[in-house]
Design a binder for this molecule. Structure first.
Ligand code: ZN
Length: 201
């Protein structure tokens, strides 16, 4: 068992505890989707990201409910395949030094599943992630830090550890960080699991 196995187990464990401890069942990870039971490890080459250096040094202000997952992510950083989803000319200069995600579970992820995708995403402080959309329905779960999430048709909401927000299929959404970075677990379900986010025109 290596760091990725441990990370995957830690995510699934948190998934079970989130269901057991949630006061708002509409908001629980489990309500969005039960944890996948068809995971298969596949070989995915590691790919570095500048943001990983910042994330590896993030050991302050952690929430006790999610610190285990936070540390499991850092312990796996040398094994993960960071992705960026966008071309460098699509976003502000410097964005890619402070942003990255990896597909823990999904068609091209470290573990495959036919049931859902799960990503770990990191954004540094003072970043604006402009409006984008995708076919798959999405749940953001904040592991550490905080950010303001906006989505078409509803007021902005500032979310911190264990808080969650849902995006419907093709619903445009954006995110802004302040003085803190943010580390998130992002779940996709439904159609479009092999799709990618697209910036709104
Ligand atoms: Zn999204």
């Amino acid at each position: 068992m290596d760091g990725l196995d441990h990370l995957c187990n830690t995510v699934i464990d948190l998934w079970h505890r989130a269901a057991a401890g949630s006061n708002d069942h509409k908001n629980s990870l489990w309500q969005f989707a039960p944890p996948p039971d068809d995971l298969i490890r596949q070989t995915v080459l590691r790919h570095p990201a500048a943001a990983a250096t910042h994330l590896a040094a993030w050991d302050y202000g952690l929430d006790p409910r999610t610190a285990t997952l936070h540390h499991a992510i850092i312990a796996a950083l040398d094994l993960v395949q960071w992705q960026f989803a966008y071309r460098e000319d699509e976003l502000d200069e410097g964005f890619f030094d402070h942003y990255g995600f990896f597909e823990l579970i999904g068609p091209t992820g470290h573990f495959t599943s036919k049931q859902l995708n799960a990503y770990i995403g990191y954004w540094g402080p003072e970043l604006f992630y402009p409006a984008h959309y995708h076919e798959a329905e999405e749940l953001y779960f904040v592991i550490s830090g905080e950010a303001t999430f906006t989505a078409d048709g509803r007021p902005p909401v500032r979310l911190g550890p264990t808080q969650q927000t849902y995006h419907a299929s093709w619903q445009p959404h954006a995110m802004t960080t302040g003085s803190s970075p943010i580390l998130t677990l992002i779940l996709w379900r439904g159609s479009g699991l092999d799709g990618a986010p697209i910036l709104c025109p």
